[in-house]
Design a protein around this ligand. Sequence first.
Ligand code: SF4
Ligand code: SF4
Length: 349
Amino acid sequence: MMICMGSKVVMETNLKEALKQEAANLGFSVCGVAPVQLEVRREYYLKWIAEGQHGNMAWMERNTERRLDPGLILPEARSIICLGLNYYQTEPQRRGRVAKYALGKDYHGLMLKRLKKLCHWLRQRGGQNKPYVDTGPVLEKPVAAQAGLGWQAKNTMLIHPKMGNWLFLGEIFTTLEIPPDEAVSDHCGECTACITACPTEAITAPYQLDARRCIAYLTIEHQGAIPEEFRQAIGDRLFGCDECLDVCPWNRWAQTTREEKFTARQYPDLREMLAWSDDDFRSHFRQTPLLRLKRPRWLRNVCVVLGNIGTLEDLPALEKAANDPIPLISEHANWAIKQINHREYLKFL
Ligand code: SF4
Ligand code: SF4
């Protein structure tokens, strides 16, 4: 292939090899190519939406046909390049857990910047390209599975055979015709560890997830009060849940990410957070995935966690929160107070 680089013309024999090398140079952990015409679980997806298992994620109802047929997203595209970026790290020891993907700075900007650099590289080779990082109607896991980045497992996540579950995903739709990679076969076998470990029975059967029961959904996507039936099961999870990922045996080779931006941030204790203003909330969570919750939903989650792990020392801060004018905060603070008092009462029985 002839490549135009300013006034220089360079010869390149194997576009896919060169692409993967360039992706690695840009810091991506894995890169694969999927065909534009590919299989997704059409029947399952349509039933899942029809039954409302996506909860209030209304955007999942839109552009259904394009989601199920990536060929409709960019009709002139001939290949989909899938990129993964490892974000694995161990969690800091503190009261209240945050899912690993959200421990550091938000990944979207970093991923998009690198995808755009790769688009520029592809353009030099004659490609018209469109990058996506959660920005379009792309079912990223089945597409990544077709690109050989792993298999979509019983917990519905993508598992890379060497890196495990811990990959941020992005895609580039390109007009370049690049030979697709081979899909990885399903390696879950007889294992059901993720299904057993799920605290809310959200994995209703292998490869099936009811988002309405999932702690990641309840603590992040869900807008209103957290249904009481799930509050205890949430335990000390403030934002998201890694339970079905942590137990997966395919994570045993996971390596700590090299991205400094993903380094876990430090936060004050939960008790102090209860007194935060909107400005405090914004300044502590600037540029992180936690910012999207806004203060009322963050404090809702803090109250649920304190209701599960809090002590008598947390009561004064919770009592103040119980007088918050925002009902979402006051109701959850009152619930937390009751839970702590109940635990204390049981100690004397
Ligand atoms: S993220 Fe947590 S709640 Fe959701 S399916 Fe996995 S283990 Fe269950
Ligand atoms: S825990 Fe077991 S069943 Fe679940 S995704 Fe991992 S290998 Fe598959």
